[in-house]
Design a protein around this ligand. Structure first.
Ligand code: SF4
Length: 358
């Protein structure tokens, strides 16, 4: 059975090379093509002999995720839809800013958390991505861009800490010195507040950035945005954030999606300031990117500014996320969902291929 090359440990590649009668130094060349030159197939590995290329084709999978759709916004944001061999799709986004590129990657197909305001959550979890598929997203984006990104955020579809071992395998390859070699400080992992995952992640002992989606400063308010099943109390989440800060020395970012009339009052801002200060964190305000038929909407600009200044007045570091990709399906999950809808229209019944989708 063929196995993915992009997750193969160096020792196993060395053993495989020996088994096909090839010298050990070829492993450096193969990894260089795979991790540094983002090769899609052995055909591109110019310095390998033809017999080795043929053996590689027989034994390994080179890319499982294929780009099926691309949407480019006027500001340069490039959203890609990848389709895997089972027909499941996932989104990844290349986001440009001044002299920097950020990739926003997904960790699951669908999402088990099911936040009521989120496009990805509307269909539940379809399946986990394996490590190789997460890496496929990364390498497809690298190929598209022609270089490594400056930053990666795992803020696409899914709760990465609920797909822990696959996600960590991919992360360790992206940060592995003998593999891709990106600094952990350039990578941000976003969680919906999955406390057991935060605790485990803290104990990895690497300076990855952690972003925790709080969305409301009260447990009652969170209950209106996040279903019971995977929701932890604010006390448990702030304790976990403090633990993460103490273990890693990294300041946690509290992500706060501002929803009109639901969590955008001055009282909400004051309560949020107390929580954030208690765990030495900072805040990233995200004006809601409304999902069709969700019933939620974005506060107007003056309300957003007022919320921000209440936080800064209490000494809390705050950023407001700048909208990117305005003219495309920019909220997480929207490109995949519009693809599924089109597919269902073309092939009635095909929507049943994925449990619970629209
Ligand atoms: S906001 Fe994040 S955690 Fe919540 S449903 Fe969407 S992808 Fe999942």
């Amino acid at each position: 059975m063929k196995i993915p090359l992009n997750t193969l440990p160096g020792t196993e590649l060395a053993a495989w090379l020996k088994s096909v009668g090839q010298p050990a130094y070829r492993s450096t060349q193969i990894f260089d093509w795979t991790y540094r030159k983002f090769a899609d197939s052995p055909d591109e590995m110019k310095n390998l002999p033809a017999d080795l290329k043929a053996e590689l084709v027989k034994s390994f999978i080179f890319r499982q995720g294929r780009e099926t759709r691309q949407e480019k916004a006027a500001d340069g944001t490039n959203k890609l839809l990848l389709e895997f061999t089972d027909g499941a799709c996932v989104e990844c986004v290349i986001i440009p800013s001044v002299e920097r590129f950020t990739f926003c990657l997904s960790s699951q197909i669908g999402c088990p958390v099911g936040c009521f305001f989120c496009a990805s959550g509307t269909g539940g979890l379809v399946r986990n991505l394996d490590a190789s598929e997460i890496l496929d997203e990364f390498f497809v984006c690298c190929r598209k861009l022609g270089q490594l990104p400056d930053n990666i955020v795992f803020m696409g579809t899914g709760e990465p800490l609920m797909n822990y071992s696959n996600f960590m395998s991919a992360l360790n390859i992206i940060c592995g010195e003998k593999q891709v070699g990106m600094s952990p400080r350039r990578i941000t992992v976003s969680t919906s507040g999955f406390v057991p995952g935060i605790m485990k992640f803290a104990k990895e002992g690497k300076p990855w950035n952690l972003a925790v989606s709080l969305h409301s400063p009260t447990d009652e308010g969170r209950a209106r945005l996040i279903p019971d099943k995977h929701r932890y109390s604010i006390k448990e989440i702030s304790d976990a954030c403090r633990f993460y800060f103490n273990e890693t020395g990294r300041i946690v970012t509290i992500e706060y999606t501002l929803v009109k009339g639901l969590n955008d009052s001055r009282d909400d801002a004051l309560k949020l300031a107390d929580i954030v200060s208690s765990c030495s964190a900072k805040v990233n305000l995200i004006p809601l990117n409304a999902v069709e038929k969700s019933g939620f909407s974005r506060p107007d600009r003056s309300k957003i500014a007022e919320f921000e200044s209440t936080l800064t007045g209490k000494g809390v570091p705050v950023t407001v996320r700048i909208e990117k990709g305005d003219n495309i399906n920019a909220a997480c999950g929207q490109l995949r969902i519009s693809h599924l809808k089109e597919d269902a229209q073309k092939n009635p019944g095909s929507e049943n291929q994925e449990p619970g989708n629209l």
